[in-house]
Write a protein that binds this ligand. Structure first.
Ligand SMILES: [Zn+2]
Ligand SMILES: [Zn+2]
Length: 114
């Protein structure tokens, strides 16, 4: 007897949890704080990168959170650093070194001790 080929019907992926298009995203308080803090920090550094790592490009194009937002970091001047693209990449690529330089605050459980 020949096995019947199973007919797999491809249904378009349509998740029930797909985000609905929200009408006009409201500006949150957090957005406003972020924009404000960003300006203050870039002004503080005169638009220059504050990390000054060996890979530095000089001008700051990013504002980095020393303590990650996901770990409770706030949009506060003391938690922010003006960085150039390269230093920013470097900071995230080398968290341990960056923590030693105080460019990054890492909670203990995030540090790999090996
Ligand atoms: Zn830099
Ligand atoms: Zn960052």
């Amino acid at each position: 007897m020949k096995p019947k080929a199973k007919l797999i019907r491809k249904t378009p992926l349509r998740s029930k949890t797909a985000p609905k298009r929200s009408p006009l995203r409201r500006k949150t308080k957090s957005d406003a704080e972020w924009q404000k803090a960003r300006k203050v920090v870039l002004k503080r550094s005169d638009g220059r990168c504050e990390a000054r790592l060996p890979v530095c490009q000089g001008w700051a194009h990013h504002v980095h959170h020393i303590l990650r937002r996901s770990q409770g970091g706030k949009h506060e001047e003391s938690n922010l650093l003006s960085v150039c693209t390269r230093c920013h990449d470097y900071i995230h690529a080398n968290p341990k070194e960056s923590a030693e330089r105080n460019f990054l605050k890492i909670r203990k459980y995030d540090i790999d001790d090996n």
